[in-house]
Design a binder for this molecule. Structure first.
Ligand code: PLP
Length: 311
């Protein structure tokens, strides 16, 4: 049985510790690096094709040619998952991630020359410990002074790893509240997104989220909009300001890993009655039914198991 996670690296499946990136890689030297990540539920990939299609769109915009088709990338991703399944506990699920960089920078002054793109496909276990308890209490959403990069400079539909501005924002948020989650504003003061999640609020009974003009077209975001429509909840994609969060009935973050995580505070203001609300709970339940896994129970069970094993 494999003892170490296996990862696809530039054409080969290798032990994860053998993945090595050269310092002249354009991902490191220019932040020319893009990514996508799906996850599994009960070891079954969720919307993998949608993630891979988004990744191919991203790569096209940033001029990286992966040298393979989406079908091949999906096949390799499933191979990586299969290789790592023996290492997984029955109720443990994984990320399924693809990362590409523009390759090694061979010449940067005058003519620009790059080597072959660097390509990594990996599956790593989801770590629920940091947020499992937040399904009960809700998250403190904090808007840092660092603003989202304007779409005129970097379109947020590009899912990149050039995240220095988001990291600076996150440092600021963690100073305010070590468990806070960032909700970045754009340069006009509209809500945009978290470093790894989209944001929703419920106001006047309508499920509202920023547009994809200033936030990633998240696959969880699309899933929430689909589930909202199925549950007969009105939805809107629009410009929103901090005012709307402060006066909202409910708010939440959504992302591939945790799916839907309620936000019960915003910049110190209590949102609604300060508890995860009925719309969040209906959406979490609908999500759990769709994937055949109780998303909250799984995270809390796994976090408890890990806490026991570290005791
Ligand atoms: C900046 C950003 N926004 C939103 C998301 C959520 O996207 P998804 O639901 O596709 O995971 C991510 C995911 O990593 C992200 O990086």
């Amino acid at each position: 049985m494999a003892q170490e996670l296996m990862t696809y690296f530039n054409g080969k499946l290798v032990p994860d510790s053998e993945v090595r990136i050269h310092y002249s890689d354009s991902g490191l030297s220019f932040g020319h690096t893009v990514t996508d990540s799906a996850r599994t539920f009960d070891h079954r990939p969720f919307k993998l094709r949608e993630h891979i299609n988004r990744f191919f769109h991203t790569m096209r915009v940033v001029r990286i040619d992966p040298g393979m088709s989406p079908e091949t990338m999906e096949y390799i991703t499933l191979e990586v998952l299969e290789a790592n399944k023996p290492l997984l506990a029955p109720d443990q699920d994984v990320w399924l991630s693809q990362t590409a960089t523009g390759g090694r920078l061979l010449r940067s002054i005058g003519k620009w020359e790059f080597g072959a793109p660097t390509m990594i496909i990996n599956s790593t276990p989801l770590d629920f410990t940091a947020y499992a308890h937040l399904y009960n209490t809700g998250v403190h959403a904090v808007s840092p002074s660092t603003r989202h990069i304007p779409p005129q400079s970097l379109d947020p539909k590009i899912k990149h790893r050039d995240r220095l501005f988001m990291s600076l924002a996150e440092f600021e948020v963690k100073e305010v509240d070590p468990e806070g989650f960032s909700i970045l504003l754009d340069i006009y003061g509209n809500l945009s997104e978290n470093k790894g999640a989209n944001f929703f609020l419920v106001k006047d009974g309508v499920l509202r989220t920023p547009t994809t003009r200033n936030a990633l077209a998240g696959i969880s975001r699309a899933t929430v909009l689909e589930l909202g429509a199925k549950l007969g909840i009105a939805t809107a994609e629009e410009d929103l300001q901090p005012y709307h969060v402060i006066t909202a009935e409910e708010a939440f973050f959504c992302s591939t890993s945790y799916c839907i995580l309620p936000a019960t505070k915003f910049n110190g203001y209590v949102i609604g009655d300060g508890k995860p609300g009925p719309v969040v709970k209906r959406l979490q339940q609908a999500w759990s039914e769709m994937v055949g896994v109780d998303i909250v129970a799984q995270a809390q069970r796994r976090a408890a198991t890990l806490a026991l094993s570290h005791a």
